[in-house]
Design a protein around this ligand. Sequence first.
Ligand SMILES: Cc1cc2nc3c(=O)[nH]c(=O)nc-3n(C[C@H](O)[C@H](O)[C@H](O)COP(=O)(O)OP(=O)(O)OC[C@H]3O[C@@H](n4cnc5c(N)ncnc54)[C@H](O)[C@@H]3O)c2cc1C
Length: 487
Amino acid sequence: MSTPADAFLNLLREQVGAQRVIVDAEPMAPYLQEQRRIYQGQALAVVQPATTAEVAAVVRLCAAHQVPVVPQGGNTGVCGGGVPLDARAVVLSTERLTRIRHLDADNLTLTAEAGCILAHLQDAAQAAGCFFPLSLGGEGSCRIGGNLSTNAGGINVLRYGNARELMLGLEVVLPDGEIWDGLRALRKDNTGYALRHLFVGAEGTLGIITAAVLRLFPYPQHRETAFVAVPSPEAALRVLQRMQRCTADLLNAFELISRPGLDIGMKNLPGSREPFGERHPWYVLVEASASADIGLKAMMDKGLAQSLDCGDVLDAVVATSESQRSQLWRLREIHAGGHQWQEGGLIKHDIAVPVSQTPRMIERGTRAAQAACPGVRVIAFGHMGDGNIHFNLVQPVGEPAQDFMARREALNRIVHDIVDELGGSVSAEHGIGLLRMQEMARYKSDAELALMWRIKQALDPLGLMNPGKVLPPAAGPGPATGGPGCP
Ligand SMILES: Cc1cc2nc3c(=O)[nH]c(=O)nc-3n(C[C@H](O)[C@H](O)[C@H](O)COP(=O)(O)OP(=O)(O)OC[C@H]3O[C@@H](n4cnc5c(N)ncnc54)[C@H](O)[C@@H]3O)c2cc1C
C-alpha cells in the first residue's frame, strides 16, 4: 500500500528524476554522518537537484508538505550543521550545482554555483591570471555554498577576509521555494538592507544558496614564506606587528604553531623532521605576497632581523623554493585534528579574541584547563593574525578517553568563559551547527537571540529550513511539526 511518504517521494522524482532521489540505506549513509562521527543523522531521502529551478521545485514541494530541508555541500563541516535530525527530512545536496557561470577578469569577479568545490574555483581563477584567496584544509571537497553558509575562514583571512568579505552577490532559494536573484557583481551597492549577508553564516537555516558572485584579486606571483621560532605568544604578537610594518601590510598568513602540536603531528606523520636543530616552545609561519616584484624578500629579511636582534625571534628559515614552502606549510598542517585524535580524547575550540588578546587567552586558558584537568595537553595554534586560535585539549597520557570526554562540558565552559571575558567569540570560523548551540544560549544576549528568531520566523515561518541548528530552542518557537504521513 502506498503511504503519504511514498506519494511525496514520487513528486520529488517528478521534479529531479528518479535517480536523483536516494532512499536506500547504503547510498544515503554518507549524507547522514559528519566527518567527526559525533552525530548520526536520519532522513527520508537525499535529493540531488542540478539547477536552481530544480532546487526551487524541491523546496516548494517540501514547504507544501511541511517536510524539513537540510542543505548539504561537501559535508566537511565540523559542527554537525549538515546532519539531518528528523526521519521525515530531505537532505538537499548541492553536489550537482557545479557550473561556473561567469568569470569576469576585468571586474575581478567569478560567478559560481553553490556546489562548486572550493579548490576548483581557486584553479579556475588562477587559469584566468586571478586569485581566489579562500583557502582551508577541506578545500578539495568542501563546496562554495557550504563555505558561505559557514562563513568559512582559513589561512588568508588576515589579508583578504573570510567568506563573507569575498562575496558580492548571492542567488538564494527561499524557504517557500521563491528564487531571489541577488547576483550583483558590484563593490558598491547601497540600496537598502544588505540581504545577502543574512544568508552568509546562516548554515542553511534561512534558505539555500544556489550561486554566488565572488571577489577575485590579482594573482600573487611573489611569495615569501618563513618558519620562525619564537619564545612565547607575546613575542609572536610583536613579530606580527613588526612584520606587518616591514612588509607594508602585505602579510597574508600568520599562523601560530605550538610545541606539543608539532610533537603529536610529527609522531604520527612518518618522515616529518624537526624544523631546527634545537627544539623551541612556539613557532609562527609567516607569509607575505604581492602581485609584482617589489622586493618582498628584503622586507621580510628586515623584519626578521629586527625581531632576532630584540630576542622576539629565536631562529628562522625562509623558503627558497616552492617545495621548501610546501614543507614549511606541512608543519602547520600537521596540526589538523586528525593526528590529535590518534592520542585518544580530544576537545576542540574554535575561538576568536581581539588579536591583542591572543597571548592572554592562551596563557589564561592553558592555566585554567591544566588546573581543572592535570596532565591535559593544550594545543593552541592557528590563525593568530586574525585572532582565531584553535584551542585544542588532548587527554592526559594514560587516561581512558571516555573519562576525559566526560569532562567536555566543564572544560568547554572554562575555556569559553575566558574567551567571553576577553570580548571574544566561541565560534570564529566553523559555525554553530549542533555543537555550539548551548554556547549560543549562554553567551548571546536575550535581545540578540530574540532578534535572530524574529528573522528566522519572518523568512521561514514553517521552521523547515535546517531545523534544530544554530538557534537554541529555548529562545524560539521550537521545531516544526508535520511532514508526509504526520498529523
Ligand atoms: C581537514 C579540514 C580542515 C578544515 N579547515 C577549516 C579552516 O581552516 N577554516 C574553516 O573555516 N573551516 C575549516 N574546515 C571546516 C569545513 O571545511 C568548512 O566549514 C566548510 O566551509 C564547509 O563546507 P561544506 O561544503 O563541506 O559544507 P557542509 O558541511 O556540507 O555544510 C555546512 C553547513 O552549511 C549548510 N549548507 C551547505 N551548503 C549550503 C547551501 N548551498 N545553502 C545553504 N546552506 C548550506 C549545511 O546545512 C551546514 O549547516 C575544515 C574541515 C576539514 C575536514
